[in-house]
Design a protein around this ligand. Structure first.
Ligand code: IMP
Ligand code: MG
Length: 184
C-alpha cells in the first residue's frame, strides 16, 4: 500500500500515482511501442538518473527486441526548479548513429532537456528519434512533435519517487508523490 504522505525536511508530499497505476500504464505504453516498432530494433536511450526504474520496467514489458544505451544528463541541480542549463555528464553514445532511437525520460517539465537532446541526436545523424516520457507537466510547455509517448499528464507541482529525486533523496519510493505546498 502506498504511504499517503512523505515528509522531506519541511516539505510534505502527497501520493499522486500509485505503483499499480504506474505499472499498468507502463504495460500499455510497452504494447504500443512494440506494435509501432515491430519492423525494427530500436535503441532505447535511458536518460540517467531519473528514468532508471521506468527504463527497466518499460524495456522488460516490450515484446520486441531492443538494445540499450545510457546517457547521463542534469538540468535540475539540487533545487526544485529547472536551472535551464542542460549538462551532458557523459558523451553521446556513437552507436546511436543511423539507428532508430527512443529516448526514455522520467519527466518533461520546461522541455529544455528534450530540445537539447533532439538537436544533439539530429547532429549525430540517427535514423529516427522520438521520446517516451513517463510524466509530462503539460501546463509548462507546449507538446513537442517528437514527444511521441506520454505516461501521464500531471500538474506543474514538484514530484518525487519512482526515480525522481529531491536533492538525490526519495528516488527509490515505488509510488510518485507531489509537493503539497508547491509555492516553495
Ligand atoms: P526539463 O528540461 O525542464 O524538461 O526537465 C528535465 C529534467 O528535470 C527531468 O528529466 C527531471 O530529471 C528533472 N525534473 C523536472 N521536473 C521534476 C520534478 O518535479 N521532480 C524531480 N525532477 C524533475
Ligand atoms: Mg530526467
Amino acid at each position: 500500500m502506498a504511504k499517503k504522505k512523505v515528509k522531506v525536511g519541511n516539505d510534505v508530499f502527497t501520493v499522486l500515482l500509485t505503483e499499480q497505476q504506474i505499472q499498468k500504464r507502463i504495460r500499455a505504453l510497452a504494447r504500443t511501442i512494440s506494435k509501432d516498432y515491430r519492423r525494427t530494433t530500436p535503441i532505447m536511450l535511458c536518460i540517467l538518473n531519473g528514468a532508471v526504474f521506468f527504463y527497466g520496467d518499460l524495456l522488460r514489458n516490450l515484446s520486441i527486441e531492443s538494445e540499450v544505451a545510457f546517457l547521463s544528463l542534469s538540468s535540475y541541480g539540487s533545487k526544485k526548479h529547472s536551472s535551464g542549463k542542460v549538462k551532458l555528464k557523459s558523451p553521446l553514445p556513437r552507436v546511436l548513429r543511423h539507428r532508430d532511437v527512443i529516448v526514455v525520460e522520467d519527466i518533461v517539465d520546461s522541455g529544455n532537456t528534450l530540445d537539447y537532446l533532439e538537436k544533439a541526436l539530429r547532429k549525430l545523424k540517427v535514423r529516427s528519434q522520438c521520446v517516451v516520457s513517463l510524466l509530462y507537466k503539460h501546463e509548462n510547455t507546449k507538446r513537442r512533435k517528437y514527444l511521441k509517448y506520454v505516461g501521464f499528464n500531471i500538474p506543474s507541482d514538484f514530484v518525487i519517487g519512482y526515480g525522481l529525486d529531491i536533492a538525490q533523496k526519495c528516488r527509490t519510493l515505488r509510488d510518485i508523490y507531489r509537493l503539497d505546498n508547491s509555492k516553495s
